[in-house]
Structures are given as structure tokens and as C-alpha cells.
Design a protein around this ligand. Structure first.
Ligand code: ADP
Ligand code: MG
Length: 694
């Protein structure tokens, strides 16, 4: 395979545009992409025709506006290019109007009451900054999805707004540093995607995986991840075939799939592309997740993107590696090689520290889902408490600055902001702490809290916005300073001193940290119902609306959608458990008990010692009784949800009561699994699911 040759062949990218668009049209489009200027309809017409010709040559018959509603996955509605011309004939047509705007019947997407308040219909609008691409026989056009009164109904719109806010704030602040050539600052993300692969045949026998995406029952396998022999281990042939296939498809779509390896848990893997703008990377990540699932089917696998498919085994995250870059090619989170770069770096670094401290609640809320609660807030990395890891070298510098004395340079002289060069921070020395939710890793921050299934859009929208906010605060403090250098010095020192509590370089797993964090006044929002309502705190509505990212109404609708989704997920899980226990697990155990009893009767007649039979039958009968009791209680608890009117209250009830009762049902059932003969057990076991993929 010649990768450079196939790379991006299914994308209407830069090269294709240059080849197929008249120069002035190309220039106008380019300007729109770079500066966000509105696109003229005449230009759009030419672009649309060129796109259509290109797509039809590649075998396309349809086009679709591809968008990201609040379901967290992508949506598409395909229209063919055909247009009747009389005589029973058609031509293939695609107009600028169709390219720029679509009107899917969107009444069934979650809107959290938005459409009831405003308009019944939504429309999709072309996002020219993300290239159109081909999927199957359709030309896919990345779009934003809004109501007719302009409220965002999707995940892309707020993110585009947050990128704009950050761009504006950063460019303005950089002018004070004399960086007049910077006209654009872009937020980037490189999302590392973790996933599990299980055998499709085994998967098809597990109702819980099919309906809930995670196992709701399952005794631990004799072997777990304790040997750590899977991490970076040799990739099995069949898995490798899958990965190769996936890579090739991604490359064709211009997605820079770069790194792949086995993860810590058995059957767990990771794929990371090269980073891109938060917008494009988010689109690409959606395509990656979709292709991961589709390709799995081809190779006899099922790809599990759930955050915690198996109890007692590491869950899956989506580490968001985030940085800021200028149109002049500078990474603002790179310490850099000159004193002035050092000043800019420290300014942005402390801005991020302050932003994360001030808005830890929002960051936590941005990653809150029913699935992710099994990672955060359970005993698994990272914890629900948001903190920042800086690494030893940088921490030393930052601490010295906060205490007001100048950090020591290597070799006994003292470092001055904007006068001296910062030492380089080698990646390995900053990247060792894997338990931190938000770690500085040399020239970027790695936000590790997002769950594997989550769109990057939510967390990136929040991060972009809160950093924009602090950059604005900095601008206000610095803009009229008589002595810029002096004012900057003071600002950096003060900011570190005031926000130091968010910095933590120790073990994020430990109980000590939970206590220490509480002493520091850091938030520990363990569950989704704890986290989501913070969107509606005054300070949060204020920052998000002031930067034009979410209006108050949009936030209210999102809170409603997110909590409602949480409730539905747990409701499905509870009903699935009840069904499995009743229809499969108890009958299986009964049939084992019956066989044991019959064996005992026969053997007893021959005068055999019946200790084992008796003990097994007694134990299993007693566990079956506990299971049945727990099952009945769970049923009653689920039925009682209907008496609760408020979505938020229901979410608390799901968290506190239903989840607890689900645990009480799982415990005796898992014990029965451990005692029951394998051929009786109705489901493939953890051992089979995790280790038997050859
Ligand atoms: P690790 O597993 O060691 O954290 P990986 O190589 O798996 O690292 O993934 C790192 C991710 O970070 C990749 O997606 C990479 O493109 C991305 N990345 C690297 N540099 C930057 C940067 N400056 N800004 C944003 N993302 C970056
Ligand atoms: Mg990483």
C-alpha cells in the first residue's frame, strides 16, 4: 500500500479544491475557511457543482449533511443528486443552496425543550472548515445544526463559538507582547481513543453488551490485568488485521491515524491520530469511532466503546491532548527557546491553571455521563476531583514564582520571566503521572477525564471558553500597564499564588488525596447528577454566555438533555438486568440444581458421600433466593421512578437507589456464576470474552 498515494483520496481537500475550482472561487472559499467570512451564493454554487462532479466520479449517488446532534453520535439524511428534466430523464445536480443549508426533519432529536420554546424545526449549516468526504456512496458535508432562532441543537456549534472566543482573546493578548503578526490562534486536540474488541459470536450471546454496551453481570476471570502483559504487547494476528483495515480506511478519509497499541486491560486497544484543530479533530474522532464499529463487524469482532465494559478491569478513556497554536507556527504551550517565548509560555500556562481552578466544576460536568461515572468517582484513574499535574521541573519553577523568589536556573543564577530562557521539559519527565486528570506533558495539556464514547466537543468547548475568559482578565490587567514587564511579573506570581491549590503532582488514586483535596476546597463531584447541574450556576452561565458560547436557554436545555439521557441509560441497564436474571440466570441455576439433586439421589442410593452435592445445592439455592429478592426489589424501585417528576430528582434517585439495587442483584448472581458448571451458564464468561480472541 502506498500511503501518501491513498491518503485523503476520499476527501474534498485542499488539493482537490485547487484542481477543480476556478482561482477566484478557490480564493474566496479559502478566505471563508481561514477568516470565517460569509460565503457568497455564487461562490457556493460553483463549489457545490465541483463537489458533486468529484463525488459522482467517485461513485456517489447521494449527498448528506452530516451533523452531531445531542445524542453524541452523528446523524445523516441522504438525498440523491437526481433532478428530473422531463421526458422521464434526470440529471445529477447539487446547488450552492443545498450545500450551504439543509432542513432535516429534526423533531426527534433531543432538544431539551428548546424546540418547544422556539421553532419546531432545525436546520443544518455547512461548516467549510471541515472537509467534505465520501462514505459509501454518499458525499458527506460536515454541518452545524441549529434552530431557526439560532439556538444550537448540536455539539459542533458551541465548539466553533468557543474556538472563536479563544482566538479573539488570545490574539488580543498577544498584541501586548508585541506579537502583531499573529492574526489567528487555534485550539488543537489530539484524542487518544481507547476501545475493546470482543468476539462477535460471543457478544451476540450477551444481552447486556447488546442492550447496554457493558456487562451487567460477570464473575471475574481467574486472570485479570495484573500481569500487565497486554500493555504494548504483541498484537494478535486477527486484531492486527482489523487495525490495518481500519488504518487504511482512515487514511483514505484524510485522517492521520498514527499510533496503535494494546492497552493495559486484556482485549483493550488504543488508536491516536496526529492532532488537529478541535473542530476537525472532533469530526475525525466521530468518524474513527464509527469506522471502528463498522470495521469490527467485518472482522468478526464487536468494538466496545463503553467507558467500563467489564467490572474490575480498566475502563476506556479518550485522552484529549490540547494545545494552542498561532498562524505564525508557534505552540503557545511550548516553553520555547527564547526569553520572550518564555514569558508568553508562562502567561498561557498560568492562564490555564487559573481557568481550570476557577471552572473545575464545568470541566468535570463536561465529561459527566452514566458510563464515565464508572471511571471517575470509582477507584480508577483519573479521579472525579479535577487537578493539574505539572511535573517536577515545571512545578519547581511555578512554586518558586508563587513564593515571590525567582526560580533558580540550572547553574545557580536566577531566572527572570521574559529575560531568561526556561529549561526544556523533556516529555518523559512530565508524563509519568498517569493518575492526573489534567497533566502538562511538555508542550500540551492532556485532559484524561473524557470517556471513550464521549464526543470531544463538550470538554473542548469548555476548555476553550474558560481559557478565553482568563486571557481576557489578563488583558484587562496588562493593557494599561506603564511597565509591562513589571506588571506581567506581578500577574504571573499572583495568579500562581491564588490558584496553587489546583496543582497536584502526587497519586490521584489515593485516599489521602481525596482528604487533601477536600482540605484544599477542591470539588469532588462523584456522579453525573452531582456534576451536570453546575452548568446552571450563575458564574458558569455568566462565563459561557459572555463569550457567546451557550446562552442561558441553551444551557438549560442541555442540562435537561444530559440528565434525561443519564436516567434513560440506567433505566435500560436496570431493565436488562431484571430480564437477564429472570429469563436466563435463574433458570440456568435451577437446571444445575436439578441435575445436582438427581445425581445426589442416584449416588445416595448407592451409599455415596453427598457432601459436595448437598453443599452446592444449599449454596446455590440460597444465592438464588437472594437473587430473586434483589430482582423483585429492583423491579419495584424502577416502577417507582414514575412518581418522580423532576429530571434532576429522578437522576439522583437513579444514582442513589437504582444503581445500589443493581449492585445488590449483581453480587449473588456473580457468586452463582462462580459456582455453576460452565455448560449451564447462559453467557460467555469474562474469561472467554477477554482472553479467547485468537
Ligand atoms: P501518549 O500515549 O504518550 O500520551 P500518544 O502518542 O498516544 O501519547 O498520543 C499523543 C497525542 O497527542 C497524539 O494524538 C498527538 O498527535 C497529540 N499531540 C502531540 N502534540 C500535540 C500538540 N502540540 N497539541 C495537541 N496534541 C498534540
Ligand atoms: Mg496519553
Amino acid at each position: 500500500m502506498n500511503i501518501p498515494e491513498i491518503f485523503g483520496t476520499d476527501v474534498f481537500n485542499e488539493t482537490v479544491m485547487q484542481q477543480r475550482l476556478p482561482k477566484p472561487v478557490y480564493k474566496a472559499l479559502k478566505k471563508t475557511i481561514q477568516d470565517g467570512t460569509p460565503l457568497d451564493i455564487d461562490v457556493a454554487n460553483v463549489v457545490a457543482a465541483a463537489m458533486k462532479d468529484w463525488a459522482v466520479e467517485k461513485g456517489c449517488t447521494h449527498y448528506t449533511h452530516w451533523f452531531q446532534p445531542m445524542t453524541g453520535i452523528t446523524a445523516e439524511k441522504h438525498d440523491s443528486f437526481i433532478s428530473p428534466i422531463g421526458d422521464g430523464k434526470v440529471i445529477m445536480e447539487f446547488s450552492g443552496k443545498e450545500l450551504v443549508k439543509g432542513e432535516p426533519d429534526a423533531s426527534s432529536f433531543p432538544s431539551g425543550g428548546l424546540r418547544a420554546t422556539f421553532e419546531a424545526r432545525g436546520y443544518t449549516a455547512w461548516d467549510p472548515t471541515s472537509y467534505a468526504f465520501i462514505k459509501g456512496s454518499s458525499l458527506c458535508i460536515p454541518t452545524a445544526f441549529c434552530s431557526y432562532t439560532g439556538e444550537a441543537l448540536d455539539k459542533k456549534t458551541p465548539m466553533l463559538r468557543s474556538m472563536e472566543a479563544l482566538d479573539k482573546s488570545a490574539v488580543r493578548l498577544l498584541k501586548l507582547f508585541g506579537m502583531d503578526d499573529v492574526t489567528r490562534v487555534t485550539a488543537n486536540v489530539g484524542p487518544e481513543q481507547e476501545y475493546f474488541l470482543v468476539d462477535r459470536e460471543m457478544y451476540s450471546h450477551r444481552k447486556d453488551l447488546i442492550l447496554a454496551g457493558r456487562t451487567l453481570f460477570g464473575a471475574p476471570a481467574p486472570k485479570g490485568q495484573e500481569l500487565e502483559d497486554h500493555y504494548f504487547g504483541t498484537i494478535k494476528t486477527r486484531v492486527n488485521g482489523y487495525m490495518e483495515d481500519l488504518d487504511e480506511q482512515l487514511w483514505r478519509l484524510g485522517i492521520t491515524a498514527k499510533t496503535k497499541h494494546n492497552e493495559v486491560a486484556p482485549a483493550q486497544h488504543e488508536l491516536a491520530p496526529v492532532f488537529n484543530t478541535t473542530n476537525i479533530a472532533t469530526d475525525h474522532n466521530q468518524i474513527i469511532m464509527e469506522l471502528m464499529k463498522r470495521t469490527a463487524r467485518k472482522h468478526g469482532f464487536k468494538c466496545l466503546l463503553h467507558e467500563k465494559p467489564f467490572a474490575g478491569i480498566n475502563g476506556s478513556g479518550k485522552h484529549n491532548n490540547w494545545s494552542l497554536s498561532t498562524n505564525t507556527g508557534i505552540n503557545l504551550l511550548d516553553p520555547g527557546k527564547t526569553p520572550s517565548e518564555n514569558a508568553v509560555f508562562l502567561t498561557f500556562l498560568v492562564a490555564v491553571i487559573k481557568a481550570v481552578n476557577d471552572y473545575q466544576d464545568l470541566l468535570r460536568a463536561s465529561v459527566a455521563t452514566a458510563g464515565n461515572d464508572h471511571r471517575l468517582g470509582a477507584n480508577e484513574a483519573p479521579p472525579a476531583i479535577i487537578s493539574i499535574f505539572l511535573g517536577d521541573e515545571l512545578n519547581e519553577i511555578v512554586e518558586a514564582l508563587a513564593e515571590g523568589h525567582k526560580p533558580e536556573k540550572h547553574g545557580k543564577s536566577y531566572m527572570e520571566i521574559g529575560v531568561d530562557v526556561l529549561p526544556n521539559f523533556p516529555k518523559d519527565s512530565t508524563d509519568r503521572n498517569r493518575t492526573s486528570p489534567f497533566a502538562f506533558t511538555g508542550n500540551k495539556f492532556e485532559f484524561r477525564s473524557p470517556g471513550s464514547k464521549l464526543s470531544c466537543a463538550g470538554p473542548m468547548t469548555i476548555l476553550n471558553t474558560i481559557v478565553a475568559e482568563v486571557l481576557d482578565q489578563f488583558y484587562d490587567k496588562l493593557k494599561d500597564a506603564d511597565d509591562f514587564q513589571d506588571a506581567l511579573d506581578k500577574l504571573i506570581k499572583e495568579t500562581i499564588a491564588e490558584n496553587k491549590r489546583i496543582i497536584f503532582n502526587g497519586d490521584g488514586y489515593s485516599e489521602d488525596w481525596v482528604k487533601e483535596a477536600e482540605k484544599r476546597g477542591l470539588l469532588n463531584l462523584r456522579s453525573t447528577p452531582d456534576a451536570i447541574p453546575v452548568y446552571l450556576y450563575d458564574k458558569n452561565i455568566d462565563v459561557l454566555s459572555r463569550h457567546g458560547v451557550y446562552s442561558k436557554v441553551e444551557l438549560e436545555s442541555r442540562v435537561e438533555i444530559l440528565l434525561d439521557e443519564y436516567n434513560k441509560v440506567i433505566n435500560i441497564e436496570a431493565l436488562t438486568m431484571i430480564d437477564m436474571a429472570k429469563k436466563d440466570i435463574l433458570p440456568a441455576v435451577m437446571s444445575y440444581i436439578k441435575d445436582l439433586s438427581e445425581t445426589a439421589a442416584t449416588a445416595g442410593a448407592l451409599g455415596a458421600d453427598l457432601t459436595v452435592e448437598k453443599e452446592l445445592v444449599t449454596k446455590l439455592s440460597s444465592l438464588a433466593a437472594s437473587t430473586y429478592k434483589a430482582l423483585t426489589e429492583l423491579e419495584d424501585a424502577v416502577a417507582a421512578v414514575h412518581n418522580i417528576e423532576s429530571t434532576e430528582e429522578a437522576a439522583r434517585y437513579y444514582h442513589e437507589t437504582i444503581l445500589t439495587k443493581m449492585g445488590e442483584l449483581r453480587a449473588p448472581a456473580d457468586q452463582m456464576e462462580a459456582l455453576c458448571g460452565e455448560k449451564y451458564w447462559p453467557y460467555p464468561t469474562y474469561e472467554q470474552l477477554l482472553f479467547y480472541v485468537k
